[in-house]
Design a protein. Structure first.
Lengths: 228, 198
């Protein structure tokens, strides 16, 4: 069985079919999803992450049915979005990271230790007591990653995580996403250089899977489709 | 209430969040029973500085809180002066100021996580009637966190309008502000789901 398996998945939102009878099996550790704006790539990632319920079809993520066992799935995955502002839930940096562990009801000391380690890992230790909303865009996105990774997720879904960042911050965020071990990554991106660093890529075209394969082949197919 | 936790080791910092909230609530209740007189205005005006001194928070912190409330105080005092005697207007305004400053003390001396734990414990008995204490405490936290975000969204809308040469107009501001606020609410909902909270 593949790590991520979609069978005849369709998604209709507000009367519009965003994904149409999509079937795909993905096994690579780092998977890039590319395609034009409105092609359905974010919806595909959201379906895999259990954030969007398919109108029909079956989605299996690491053997978990994304519709029937949604709670179990959500415990195993983490999602990072492009807008870091919308991902901040608690006032300070440390509190926001600790919030990700709240559902686990861990002892306070354990939470404090894990938060300190995670902040250190992401270079945010010096900002622990700072107001999360006063951070720069790059720092906020690192905070979002820190909040995602502290839960040790099996699967991380990142929807254009570098879209609003400058080159230095984008590089930093990409390094954390692509070079950390221990999780599978589904990366939705317009940055083809980032997609090229993944192990497998998926091209989504008009709500359907276009090409699946090695990133350089899929990117080449995408670029050919852009030539008028 | 929008102020953030200020680290410290004062008496209020060391108090458990629940007991502290209760003590501050009692103080606020006592203030509300004071008569509308000059001496009551003096008492109300003295309570908050005393509380901030006990908490070990500096004068600067207190001043920032009062400064943030300047327009509210001006409106409260101004409107009351139209209808009641200066003595009652001053006493009432002092009580409002003291109440808000005492409420701020709770947030200034309590980590949000401790506050959420206290709210969850307080609301735990309501679970038998179907209320989810975790959600209620989450609502409190999000309310505190979202206000600066809404302020930023509002300023973004005003900037966008100015960039197009539109004059300042409340009616023209409200609709786009509501739209961006609702979009933010959607995104926040997704972020909560993504953190395994729905």
């Amino acid at each position: 069985m593949s790590a991520l398996s979609l069978r005849d998945v369709s998604v209709t939102l507000g009367g519009t079919t965003v994904l149409e009878r999509t079937s795909v099996d993905l096994d690579a550790r780092r998977i890039a999803i590319i395609g034009e704006n409105g092609s359905g790539k974010s919806t595909l990632a959201r379906v895999i992450g259990g954030l969007v319920t398919p109108s029909s079809g079956h989605v299996l993520v690491h053997g978990v049915d994304a519709v029937r066992d949604l709670r179990l799935l959500r415990r195993r995955i983490a999602v990072v979005f492009s807008n870091p502002d919308a991902q901040i839930i608690m006032p300070t940096v440390a509190e926001d990271v600790a919030f990700s562990l709240r559902a686990d009801k861990l002892p306070r000391q354990v939470v404090a230790e894990r938060v300190a380690t995670a902040l250190e890992d992401f270079g945010l230790a010096a900002l622990a007591g700072r107001s999360a909303h006063e951070l720069s865009g790059g720092q906020k996105q690192l905070l979002a990653l820190c909040g995602a990774f502290i839960r040790s997720p099996e699967l991380v879904i990142a929807d254009e995580p570098t879209a609003l960042l400058d080159a230095r911050n984008a590089r930093n965020v990409a390094a954390h996403l692509l070079e950390r071990q221990g999780h599978r990554l589904v990366l939705v991106t317009h940055d083809l250089a980032l997609a090229a660093r993944c192990d497998e890529a998926v091209l989504v075209e008009s709500g359907r899977i276009g090409v699946v394969g090695a990133p350089d082949e899929v990117i080449a197919a995408y670029e050919r489709s852009l030539v008028c | 209430m929008l102020s953030l936790y200020q680290p410290g080791h004062g008496l209020l910092h060391r108090m458990p969040a629940g007991s502290k909230a209760l003590a501050l609530a009692v103080a606020v209740l006592a203030l509300s029973f004071l008569p509308s007189s000059w001496w009551a205005a003096g008492v109300a005006a003295a309570v908050a500085p005393l509380g901030y001194a006990v908490a070990g928070l500096g004068v600067g912190v207190l001043f920032r809180q009062v400064y943030a409330l300047r327009w509210l105080l001006a409106v409260t005092l101004g409107v009351q002066l139209l209808f009641v005697a200066p003595e009652a207007a001053t006493a009432n305004t002092s009580r409002v100021l003291a109440t808000i400053l005492l409420a701020s003390l709770l947030v200034l001396t309590t980590r949000i996580a401790d506050l959420l734990d206290a709210v969850e414990r307080l609301l735990a008995p309501t679970a038998r009637w179907g209320l989810d204490p975790q959600r209620a405490s989450l609502l409190l936290s999000i309310t505190i966190t979202t206000v600066p975000v809404l302020a930023r969204l509002g300023s973004g809308v005003r900037e966008a309008q100015r960039a197009r040469g539109a004059p300042a107009n409340l009616a023209r501001f409200v609709i786009p502000f509501l739209v961006v606020s609702l979009k933010h609410a959607d995104e926040l909902g997704e972020a909560l789901t993504a953190r395994g909270l729905r």
